[in-house]
Design a protein around this ligand. Structure first.
Ligand SMILES: [Mn+2]
Length: 430
């Protein structure tokens, strides 16, 4: 018996009230797409088959370097996070996997945790290691680096932690390890820029050597923060260099927020795919830096252009294309459940819009240097309102047409505020 935190009757009643309007909108969009030679039902089927993972830490309120404002009823442990992730998937139907983070999500019995997730209809995505902060009782500090530390015992500790994450991942059905290190410097001269990368590669190779045969290791680059002068794996060039050196089952993970301002991220996607090294993508949005704002909230056009490349790669897989998609954002002022539902819808919407691009017309316009036609071909897909397709896909799979209304009327968060322990105040960057 599946565990459903939101009453299915509530979803059914709400959907019944919205069904006629959705039918009308879906039929209208269907007629429009038919004139373009596109079957709306086949696009909707692709939408039904598409999914993005949610991060366990995203279920809680995030924070900044300055403060965190807790939400009454927010989750305080992995069990409560799973319950919230189940709500997100129950209403939206696009987020069947949770990406856990260790040691934040450590438990005694991982077989039981896997069963607990399965009862919610959830599985586990990539496991994330953490060598960017110290834990109580830890022998070595990561204050001046982890995998690239100048201290051998610290590097060893970081290697062992990553291997422990792989072992936990095997118990919960994961097949990927995401490695992001905060290693870097805050002062010119603080470390040798070449030798620190050598140390990182040497330690990362030890993690790679422990990778099970059917696993992938994904390297996530980030330009700055917590290190503000230099980061060891700062950009996609460093990431690609490292992934190529480490081996075939090491790939690059692109996080939308981890670049210098105005960088052409869709081009990075195309380049990494060409090299057979696009392992995954972290979705979020930003205005100034790595803001971790909700996906599609600031620049939905950029998100669409990224998906245009991802769909192009999907159609031309070359040596293989199986990227791990995950939402990776910090919800500082909203209910994380609402933010992740909104973000998953925005991301799926960009995927569906990218599916609508007339690829033959685009390629023809590109090859004949018809600049305006190429641009207008892309733009036509971007400007299509695909919300009826997404809503129809949700309705058909038991989700909610109007997920926000159903979620609020369920009073889920209010109930959790009564049941759960309060989260403490304090800074809480995630
Ligand atoms: Mn990320």
């Amino acid at each position: 018996m599946q565990n459903t935190p939101i009453s299915p009757d509530l979803i059914e009643d709400s959907n019944a009230a919205n069904a006629a309007a959705l039918e009308d909108d879906y039929a209208s969009l269907g007629r429009r797409l038919e004139r373009l030679g596109i079957s709306i039902d086949s696009v909707k089927e692709k939408a039904r088959g598409w999914s993005v993972a949610v991060p366990s830490w995203g279920a809680g309120r995030g924070g900044t370097r300055f403060a965190k404002f807790p939400l009454a009823g927010e989750p305080t442990n992995i069990h409560e996070k799973l319950e919230d992730c189940a709500v997100i998937h129950q209403l939206g139907r696009t987020t069947p996997r949770v990406s856990p983070h260790f040691p934040w999500d450590c438990v005694e019995d991982y077989a039981a945790l896997r069963e607990e997730a399965e009862r919610y209809g959830l599985g586990f995505d990539a496991v994330n290691s953490n060598t960017f902060q110290d834990q109580p009782g830890q022998a070595q500090t990561y204050a001046t680096g982890s995998l690239s530390s100048t201290v051998e015992a610290t590097r060893q500790q970081a290697v062992e932690h990553n291997i422990a994450c792989i072992e936990i991942g095997q118990k919960i059905g994961s097949e990927r390890l995401t490695v992001w290190v905060g290693d870097g410097t805050n002062f010119p001269g603080q470390q040798d820029l070449g030798r620190s990368l050598d140390r990182y590669l040497d330690a990362a190779a030890q993690v790679y050597a422990a990778l099970p045969d059917d696993w992938l290791m994904m390297l996530e680059h980030k330009m700055f923060e917590p290190a503000f002068y230099s980061s060891v794996i700062s950009d996609w060039g460093s990431s690609l260099m490292a992934a190529q050196e480490l081996g075939e089952r090491c790939k690059c993970l692109v996080d939308l927020g981890h670049h210098a301002p105005n960088v052409n991220i869709e081009q990075i996607v195309a380049r990494l795919h060409r090299a057979g090294k696009l392992g995954g993508f972290h979705f979020n949005d930003s205005k100034y830096g790595d803001d971790d704002l909700d996906s599609g909230s600031i620049d939905p056009h950029q998100l669409f252009l990224v998906f245009n490349e991802l769909v192009e790669a999907e159609l031309n897989p070359g040596g293989g294309f199986d990227p791990a998609y995950m939402i990776d954002q910090s919800h500082n002022v909203t209910d994380p459940i609402e933010s992740m539902l909104s973000s998953a819808e925005a991301i799926a919407g960009c995927y569906v819009r990218a599916l609508l691009v007339d690829r033959d017309a685009l390629h023809h316009a590109q090859d004949s240097n018809d600049v305006m036609l190429a641009f207008r071909t892309l733009r036509a897909a971007f400007e299509t309102d695909v919300s009826p397709i997404l809503a129809k896909a949700r309705e058909e799979t038991g989700g909610a047409i109007d997920w926000l209304k159903v979620y609020r009327s369920s009073k889920y968060r209010e109930r959790k505020a009564q049941e759960r322990n309060a989260v403490g105040l304090g800074a809480g960057i995630v």
